[in-house]
Design a protein around this ligand. Structure first.
Ligand code: HEM
Length: 408
């Protein structure tokens, strides 16, 4: 059955887990002609691919999944000057940038953000809590991580909707199968977004402020300071990494809680918050797959891949490998090894934003648990997932408040 697996088909997008379980059981390393990639589905193999950064280069992780048409390429040519800066950079260049970005992502800056996140979250909840029934994905999970990361960069709040729209185009181009018309439109918006980042860096270079962009600009104490092109590339990449992932994980987390009737359970004992979040990351990761490309011929699980083979690390399959996680299809917040999940990757590219993502998810859940004594999924709703191979979360999630805790 495996040659027929197309990670962009509607059946797979609606529920990839049965497809992934079949592959993992029958052909754990398999070529998928639909996207011309080798899918790796076992936990140990996936972990090995992430950790062996010499054999498995990260150069392709942000590249368009399929070649763009000439017209789209023409639009990008000469104007779109993005350079590899983090997730798609190999050693030794990667370490230089990661060291600097880790400093800008300091514990101080994250700590400063925590009360801002909680306040923004409460403000957002106030706008819809009295409706009784609402789309929690759109009303809360969509704006909150964007506001957070853009506040961190220093981007004005008013630009949020525009940037979110630009990012949606990037998602389809880099991880989906857009039509030619869509590729052309997306190429135009990617140029606009790139120019926005370049202008923003220039503004902060002229007048630095107390934000992450200015921290990156001030980093002149080293022999190789970041160039403005690199800083603009960081903003371009992080604008996406910092919210698309977290928006989806928040929605998945709420869905997991409500489908398993765990709202009251968590409300009564919030000391387990961390375990609930870890299990949601394992069970229902918002990054279901990530990419690599081989630098040499290599054998994985008995299958030999040539140099230049494109790999789809099926994080969603690895996180449900029964050899590592007993009863993997069961959402179990008491699971002892949930933190072994690969949802943030592992090795030198391990997600830099994971502390922030955890803080955002906990803040969101705490505010909702304060406000709603009970919350339930609206019955019989059809969930829709954006057509791409990596980022997974329902676009809408209708919930209803059974009992509003008006005292909070
Ligand atoms: C639940 C939310 C998130 C998930 C599931 C997630 C997942 C990932 C994954 C799978 C990688 C690739 C790891 C690898 O190649 O080994 C990654 C890298 C990265 N993530 Fe996240 N991420 C999340 C949130 C964030 C946030 C909020 C930020 C920033 C604000 C962020 C910034 C980054 C950066 C900078 C990298 C590249 C690190 C490097 O190459 O050294 N992520 N993330």
């Amino acid at each position: 059955m495996s040659p027929s697996v197309d990670p962009l088909s509607s059946d797979y997008l609606a529920d990839p887990y049965p497809f992934l379980a079949n592959l993992r059981g029958e052909k754990p390393v398999e070529h998928l002609p639909a996207i011309d990639m080798w899918i790796v589905t076992r936990y140990e193999d996936a972990r090995q691919v992430f950790r062996d950064n010499k054999t498995f280069s990260a150069a392709n992780v942000q590249a368009p999944l399929l070649p763009l048409c000439d017209e789209a390429m023409g639009i990008l040519k000469g104007r779109f000057k993005l350079v590899p800066v983090m997730s798609n950079l190999d050693q030794p260049a990667h370490s230089r940038i990661r060291r600097k970005l880790a400093r800008a992502f300091s514990a101080r800056r994250i700590k400063l953000l925590t009360p801002v996140i909680e306040k923004r979250c409460r403000g957002l909840v106030e706008t819809f809590r009295h409706q009784g029934r609402f789309d929690i994905a759109r009303e809360l999970c969509y704006p909150l991580p964007a506001i957070t990361i853009f506040t961190m960069f220093g981007f004005p709040d008013d630009d949020m909707d525009q940037i979110k729209e630009w990012c949606a185009d990037k998602l389809v181009v880099n991880w989906g199968r857009p039509t030619q018309e869509h590729q052309i439109r997306a190429a135009r918006t990617m140029v606009l977004f790139w120019e926005y980042c370049v202008d923003f860096v220039a503004k902060r270079r002229a007048a630095p402020m107390d934000d992450m962009t200015s921290d990156l600009i001030r980093d002149e104490d080293e022999t190789q300071p970041l160039t403005d092109q690199e800083i603009a590339s960081i903003l371009f990449g992080l604008s996406f990494a910092g919210h698309e992932t977290t928006t989806n994980q928040m929605t998945n987390f709420l869905r997991n809680l409500l489908e398993n009737n765990l709202w009251k359970n968590l409300r009564e004992d919030r000391s387990n918050m961390q375990s609930f979040i870890d299990e949601s990351l394992r069970y229902d990761s918002s990054v279901i797959a990530w990419r690599r490309i081989t630098t040499t011929e290599v054998t994985i699980d008995g299958v030999t891949l040539p140099k230049g083979a494109k790999i789809m690390i099926a994080i969603g399959a690895a996180n449900r490998d029964p050899e590592h996680f007993p009863q993997p299809d069961h959402f179990d917040p008491a699971r002892k090894n949930a933190t072994d999940h690969l949802s943030f990757g592992t090795g030198i590219h391990l997600c830099l934003g994971r502390p922030l993502a955890h803080i955002e998810m906990a803040a969101m859940a705490n505010v909702l648990l304060d406000c709603f004594a009970d919350l339930q999924l609206v019955a019989d709703q059809e969930l829709h997932f954006p057509p791409n191979i990596s980022f997974r979360g329902p676009e809408t999630l209708m919930v209803q408040s059974v009992q509003d805790n008006n005292t909070n």
